[in-house]
Write a new protein. Sequence first.
Length: 124
Amino acid sequence: MHMSSANHRAVELPLGRVAAQEVARLMGALSTASRVQILARLTKGPCSVGELSSEVEMEQPAVSHQLRILRDLGLVAGNRRGRHVVYGLFDSHVAALIAEALRHIDHVATAGSTSRGREMEMKV
């Protein structure tokens, strides 16, 4: 279910076409707010579709559909527990992607407000 550190390979830059396509495919998974909400919730720990549905305020079939996409992209994994499947993040890289995206948004917002402040000072 989870990748071990032995499976990691060095990142080669500049990216080739295939690697760039894979990154774009991964980032495409994060282009839907509902998927990001699901991944963000799963950073707290595994839970069932019913729990996810309640916490992200989506209907269960919609959550199941998004989980299927996220699972196909290797971002989440499910473990059957009796009649239920409990979903969790595939590995810690997924949580890091969400955390870095939030840090970047905060950084851009902070830099943007600083830039706007400088622009206003220059106009005065």
